[in-house]
Design a protein around this ligand. Sequence first.
Ligand code: ADP
Length: 247
Amino acid sequence: MSDIILQTENLTKEFRGFLAVQDVNINVQRGTIHGLIGPNGAGKTTCFNLLTKFLIPTRGSITYDGRDITRMKPAEVARLGLVRSFQISAVFANLTVLENVRMALQRQRGASFDFWRSEKVLRQYDDRAHELLADVGLTEYADLRAGQLPYGRKRALEIATTLAMDPAMMLLDEPTAGMTHEDVDRIVTLVKRVSAGRTVLLVEHNLKVVEGLCDRITVLARGQILAEGDYAAVSRNPEVQAAYLGT
Ligand code: ADP
C-alpha cells in the first residue's frame, strides 16, 4: 500500500480563460491531516470541488488509493471511501439530530424504505447513530430538531453524517467558518479525534486553525502552490506572510 493516498498531477481548472487552479500537484500522505490553505481567491474552493468531483478539471489528474478518479462521479468516489463533509444545507432541519445520523447510515448501507422500517434494523442503526453522536459530542442534542441546533453544533452534525459513510479519507471544507473562538476550539479537537485511523484533507482560510492540527500544509495563492510543509515552516515563509497580508 502506497504512503500517498491522494495525489493530483498538474490539476488545472479554467473558467472562461481564467485559471482558478493551475498545475497543482498535491500529495496527501495516508493517515495524516493535510491542510489546504490560502488567502481569499487562492483557488481553495475550486480545488476542493475538483477533489470531491463536483467540478471536472480542465486538465490534470487525480489519483485516490492507486486509482485514477479524475472522471469519476462524487457517488463513485464516496463508495471508494473518499467522502466530503455534507453541507449544512444537506442536514434535514425538521428531523432530529439522531434521525439525521440514522438517515446517513441508511444511505450508506443503501437500504430501501421497507428495509428501514424493520424494527431490528432500526435498532441496529440507532446503536451506531448513538455511537457517532457520542464521538462528536452531540449526545445531549440527540432528540432536538437539527434546525434548532446552535451553528457550531451543526458543523459537528455534518461531521457525524460524514463519519456515517465510514470514510477512509474525509474532505472538510472550512469546518470552522463563521464560528466563535469556543466553537473553533471544539471543532479542532473534534477533527483531531475523528481523524484517528483516517486521512483528512481540510480546506481552511484561517492559518490559526491549521496550527497544531495539520501534519502538512499546502498553501495556495492565485491558483498555484506557494509553499508546502508543516505549520512552522509555512507560517514563517515570507511569501506566505505577504500573500496573507495582501488580502
Ligand atoms: P478561494 O476558495 O481560495 O477563496 P475560489 O476557488 O473560490 O478561491 O476562487 C478562485 C478564483 O476563481 C477566484 O478569482 C474566483 O473568482 C474564480 N472562480 C471561482 N469559481 C468560478 C466560476 N464558477 N466562474 C468563474 N470564476 C470562478
